[in-house]
Design a protein around this ligand. Structure first.
Ligand SMILES: Nc1ncnc2c1ncn2[C@@H]1O[C@H](COP(=O)(O)OP(=O)(O)OP(=O)(O)O)[C@@H](O)[C@H]1O
Length: 296
């Protein structure tokens, strides 16, 4: 976790939201700080609350409870609208506009517009400025929407599943563009994604939501160092008492356990350092909050 005085990209206190006054809570009791200058992966099962959180951060929704701040200011202010760009899943673009028209609209709507950045992002995807947006493939439309968001020169970029409809090559290209932008301008990026393998090389902070609550919010190195993948005979299992077993599976008499050790682990285990994907999958399958999810 970051300290309370460190500048935050996103900061929430006791945040709650429900879509209808009497409906289920989509987010509840969320308190977290995402540090600035990082690429944060927002992960969680379907319906965990990722889009809701990004919409709250983008000022499209208002909290029913608690508070969320972006770059230490409220999201529904003019200052936040200038400094924060949100790319939603539906990527609202005008299908009859050409790509050039779309970028011109970006210039007219944003005082801080940088056409060279937007054009570079479009050009890198081999997209003609004369192409009509409605005739582009979904992946190319995503790139145009991203160009519009980056051309705004935001300090915080919120991306709701930007990789969902892209092939692996384009996903890699988009992630490279985002990383370059983050490194060059220290843009803070928060992106929700189900494509775990793509997050390993790019994200340096992870927040995992489960049934509307924050289960993890950590630096990825700390997360890797804090987990161990143990393989051994099932009879060794009692030695795991007192440690957090995030996920376990057996194959015959062999037990493999993803563990968050609380001190030295006894027993006769083969110990490996798991990758980020393995850690996140373990938590998503049945991390500590899984029982709560089952009844949510
Ligand atoms: N417009 C809406 N009206 C009512 N309930 C909604 C609406 N949008 C989302 N929800 C509910 O809020 C909860 C959180 O949904 P949300 O879309 O934020 O999850 P998510 O993690 O983004 O899911 P996914 O990975 O499927 O996109 C879910 O229970 C969902 O059914």
């Amino acid at each position: 976790m970051t300290g309370p005085d460190e500048p935050a990209a996103l900061h929430a206190t006791d945040l709650g939201f429900r879509y209808r006054a009497r409906g289920e809570w989509a987010l509840r009791d969320c308190g977290f700080t995402l540090p600035r200058g990082r690429i944060t992966a927002l992960v969680g099962r379907n319906g965990a609350g990722k889009s809701t959180l990004l919409h709250l951060a983008g000022g499209l929704l208002r909290p029913a409870h608690g508070e969320i701040r972006v770059l230490d200011i409220p999201p529904d202010t003019a200052a936040a609208r200038t400094r924060v760009a949100l790319l939603t899943q539906d990527k609202p673009l005008y299908p009859r506009f050409t790509v050039a028209d779309t970028l011109l609209m970006g210039r007219k709507l944003n005082a801080s517009w940088d056409g060279s950045v937007a054009e570079r992002v479009v050009r890198e995807g081999g997209i003609a400025l004369t192409a009509r947006v409605g005739e582009l493939s979904p992946g190319r439309r995503t790139r145009v929407a991203l160009a519009l968001a980056l051309g705004k020169r935001p300090d915080l970029l919120l991306l709701d599943e930007p990789l969902a409809d892209l092939d692996p090559v384009v996903r890699g290209e988009i992630m490279a563009t985002l990383m370059a932008e983050a490194a060059e301008r220290e843009v803070s990026i928060v992106l929700s994604s189900h494509v775990l393998p793509d997050l390993e090389q790019t994200c340096d902070w992870v927040m995992l939501l489960r049934a509307g609550r924050v289960e993890l919010s950590e630096d990825t190195d700390t997360l890797r160092e804090g987990h161990a993948l143990l393989t051994g005979h099932v009879d060794e299992e009692p030695s795991l008492r007192g440690h957090t077993v995030v996920h376990r599976r057996t194959h015959g008499r062999q037990l493999t356990a993803l563990v968050r050790p609380r001190g030295p682990v006894g027993g006769d285990w083969h110990v490996e350092r798991p990758g980020l994907e393995e850690i996140l999958l373990g938590h998503l399958r049945d991390g500590p909050g899984a029982a709560k999810e089952a009844v949510a």
